[in-house]
Design a protein around this ligand. Structure first.
Ligand SMILES: [Zn+2]
Length: 350
């Protein structure tokens, strides 16, 4: 067994791939039009904007560029703390604002009844709504249901981690090769510019012809310089892929073992578009957990049909997308950055 596999099985870390998201990109989210108070609160307190991120209750430094200054972020937290202390004296409801009413689209809020039981119900902000209230315990149980889909075996998680590492190695090689090619092209264009200039001086080519060629060469040199400058190796954090795989093995048991406030944190990482409809919760797993859950189910289906174990490759390799290329171009560099941020956003509380 490789060191990587051993590390993973021992709960250690596996060096993530260059793009830990070597999974298909998620479809763009449809803007719902409304932003709930809870979403604004999460937005203001999410450390991802200052370069950090939270994972299962702990704070880690990210590798992405901060977009908010630390001092501004801290000031916002100070002001929010003052306010929330005031509010907390009333009540805290773990799942408030996490679910929408499937009947009318309003946020589902909470209240304590008879000083004892916490009930969640539609805010009725858009008028009368028939959606019934549910007890917190019942809601918590229903919200946990989709997490049962994440039952990746330890063996499969280790295998995927190894595939991703191998893919990372391939990508690095491709990148190095592309860098060499670009540097070579740069030198060739540079010397071509010298020759063009000599031809212009000797009258072998017209001033107009020289000008057009010169401009084209200079533009291409600029593109290459920019591409090379942007193609920095991502600073690796021993985190992303290993964390996703870890959570894909034990999301539900972690959920059961946590207090409601921590359960909410987990649900924000894992679920999207949670609706309360007819007293039942409908919720989808967030990317990339949805892709993994689909893979688990597809493989289980194959196993039921008694298909050979080698079919695992046909299930998982397209999902790990190991044959993608990391060509050094401006577009690819930008896509890489966006994917990374999407990943961080998808895997931390928004
Ligand atoms: Zn409603």
């Amino acid at each position: 067994m490789s060191t990587a596999t051993l590390n993973l099985l021992q709960g250690g870390v596996v060096a993530p791939p260059a793009n830990p998201l070597s999974l298909p990109r998620p479809p763009p989210r449809k803007p719902s039009g409304n932003v709930s108070k809870a979403q604004v609160a999460n937005l203001l307190s999410n450390p991802i904007y200052v370069g950090d991120y939270r994972w299962l209750g702990e704070l880690y430094s990210g590798t992405h560029q901060p977009i908010v200054s630390r001092s501004l972020f801290d000031e916002v937290q100070r002001q929010r703390d003052g306010r929330s202390r005031h509010q907390q004296q009333k009540h805290t409801f773990a799942f408030r604002g996490l679910v929408r009413c499937g009947n009318c689209g309003c946020v589902v809020t909470a209240e304590r009844k008879k000083g004892k039981y916490v009930y969640y119900h539609c805010t009725h902000a858009r008028g009368d709504c028939d959606e019934k209230a549910v007890r917190e315990e019942v809601l918590a149980e229903m919200l946990g249901e989709p997490l049962k889909r994440l039952r990746l075996s330890q063996v499969r998680a280790a295998w995927i981690a190894e595939e991703l590492q191998a893919d990372d190695k391939r990508c690095r090689q491709e990148r190095a090769q592309e860098r060499r090619r670009l540097k070579q092209e740069y030198q060739q264009i540079d010397s071509k510019l010298d020759h063009l200039y000599e031809d212009k001086l000797s009258g072998a080519i017209s001033a107009d012809f020289w000008k057009r060629k010169h401009e084209a060469c200079v533009a291409r040199l600029g593109m290459i310089r920019e591409a090379l400058a942007q193609d920095t190796d991502p600073a690796h954090k021993p985190t992303d892929a290993a964390r996703i795989l870890e959570l894909s093995q034990k999301a539900y048991s972690l959920y059961l073992a946590r207090k409601p406030e921590e359960q909410r944190e987990l649900l924000e990482i894992l679920l999207s578009n949670s609706l309360l409809t007819g007293g039942k919760v409908e919720a989808a797993l967030r990317y990339p957990y949805d892709v993994i859950a689909d893979g688990i189910e597809e493989e289980e289906e194959l196993n039921r049909k008694g298909r050979p174990k080698s079919d695992a490759r046909t299930v998982w390799l397209p999902r790990c997308n190991p044959h993608r290329t990391h060509l050094v171009s401006l577009d690819a560099a930008e896509v890489g950055a966006v994917e990374r941020i999407e990943f961080l956003v998808a895997s931390t509380a928004i």
